[in-house]
Design a protein around this ligand. Structure first.
Ligand code: AMP
Length: 474
């Protein structure tokens, strides 16, 4: 297995011990609002990646932190007139709901920052003892000039580090502009914890190294996040943990996902250009979002627009049509086809595996899935059906968008009954209306809207009443 490592800037072979254990950490959300589809892009990608590793026999411990204390949380809680801890509990629950809808269920442990204050204080103490940290009036800071390897992950020099704008701790008394806060002394009314230096709260970067150290020790295998985190967040993590332990590398492989963009700009809460996972799902479905995330390579940007989503509907319909047609295949065996089917399945199994081994190239693997669908001979026998189903079920353990219950399949309503007499047309419209109702009941609202439009294009309108739908000729 090869993965692109931000630290070495190359595709590296994934090397682990004989026990095949992989300690894996991904930066979790800051829980002060609903998650948006940019978060989904990152978390679906890592979920599928971990599931693939497990399928290959690796024993992955997937750890994710939850940032439940930081400036943005305090600000939002005060705007809402809520306690920060009530706000974060609420949005943490919403985050779990979203992830469950998206079938993101591979995380072994979610660790809240505020449950690790003791471990955070211990790291700050060690950094003060060995001279990497200093105290000024508003908190304890990390002195980046003391760490000779500072910048090795993001390839920035100390001077370039000072140009950083995102989530840099401002304080005029800092020794270097790029120094970051490890422990903030609390201001009036802010959440606080006792420490040897007075009441305060952790800086953003230290929570991840403290949590990771308590599960994995000073060094571990893979760390992930979206690319905005390379600097300053992950650079700071390297500086903290390597200075605390004296061991290098802190993490062997660093993986970073590309952004989900909207009109080519990063989707983010602070830019207020975001679509929540909740809204997206209401309009389309979790399946469409999971497919959107995996259709692009995890390192590439994903541009969100409704045209791309239309394309996804068409592609998923192809899958559904294939899976549906398998069900209607012969119940008898067809020995003459058996060998051919098995060979085709083995060929595509290998192809897909090869592409996933190569830096988890999901778009190429998905393209192979479509080639498989086109290539497989539809006139198959009962045992071929079983072979194909097993193959699809196995890759769907990673993808999670192939197999859905029959009532959730996207319907192929554009092709059938396009011609015919009046009676035929009306029965076709009735069929369409039923399909629309099913789509609505399953929460596939985009699909339902498409069908309504199709009905209107044919000169009929549809009205929803308490007794069900009514069809009228326009
Ligand atoms: P946050 O809640 O902002 O701390 O972000 C949680 C995770 O989602 C981090 O790994 C971010 O890098 C990632 N993330 C945030 N916005 C996007 C986006 N537009 N596209 C992809 N990943 C994102």
């Amino acid at each position: 297995m090869k993965i692109y490592n931000t630290l070495t800037k190359s595709k590296d072979s994934l090397e682990v011990g004989d026990d095949k254990r992989i300690n894996f950490f991904v930066c979790g959300p800051t829980v002060y609002d609903l998650s948006h589809i940019g978060h989904a892009r990152t978390y679906v990608s890592f979920d599928a990646f971990v599931k693939y590793l497990r399928l290959k026999g690796f024993d992955v411990f997937y750890l994710q932190n939850i940032t439940d204390i930081d400036d943005k949380i305090i600000k939002r809680a005060s705007e809402m007139g809520e306690k920060p801890s009530d706000l974060t509990k609420k949005f943490e629950e919403e985050y779990f709901k979203d992830m469950s809808l998206l079938k993101v269920d591979s995380v072994s442990k979610h660790a809240r920052a505020t449950d690790y204050i003791k471990e955070i204080i211990s790291q700050v103490e060690r950094l003060l003892e060995n001279g990497f940290a200093y105290t000024i009036e508003d908190g304890i800071y990390y002195d980046i000039s003391k760490f000779k390897d500072y910048g090795k992950l993001s390839r920035r020099t100390i001077e370039q580090a000072e140009d950083g704008t995102s989530r840099i701790d401002e304080s005029v008394k800092k020794k270097n502009k790029g120094d970051f806060c490890l422990w903030k002394f609390s201001k009036e009314g802010e959440p606080k914890w006792e420490s040897p230096w007075g009441d305060g709260r952790p800086g953003w970067h230290i929570e991840d190294t403290a949590i990771a150290e308590s599960f994995f020790g000073a060094q571990y295998d893979i760390h992930g996040g979206a690319r905005d985190l390379i600097f300053p967040h992950h650079e700071a993590e390297v500086a903290q943990m390597e200075a605390v332990s004296g061991k290098s590398p802190f993490v062997k492989y660093w993986m970073h996902t590309g952004f989900l963009t909207i009109e080519k700009e990063k989707m983010s809460k602070s830019l207020n250009n975001f679509v929540t996972i909740r809204d997206f799902i209401e309009k389309h479905s979790p399946r469409i979002l999971r497919f959107l995330a995996l259709k692009s390579h995890y390192r590439s940007p994903v541009d969100y627009n409704e045209k791309n989503i239309d394309q996804i509907y068409q592609e998923l319909k192809k899958i559904d049509r294939f899976v549906g047609s398998l069900e209607n295949q012969a119940t008898q065996d067809n020995p003459s086809k058996k060998k051919e089917t098995e060979e085709t399945v083995v060929k595509y199994k290998e192809k897909i595996d090869e592409t996933l081994q190569d830096d988890f190239n999901t778009p190429v693997a998905i393209a192979s899935l479509f080639s498989f669908i086109s290539e497989i001979n539809p006139k198959i026998g009962a045992s071929d059906k079983k072979t194909i189903n097993e193959f699809l079920e196995n890759i769907d353990k990673v993808f999670g968008f192939i197999i859905v219950p029959p009532e959730e399949r996207l319907v192929e309503y554009l092709e059938s009954s396009e011609t015919g007499n009046q009676a035929n047309t009306e029965s076709h419209i009735r069929e369409l209306a039923k399909m629309r109702e099913t789509a609505r009941n399953n929460g596939n609202f985009g699909e339902a809207d498409d069908i309504r439009k199709k009905i209107e294009d044919k000169g009929y309108s549809i009205e929803d009443t308490k007794e069900g739908f009514k069809i009228k000729k326009i």
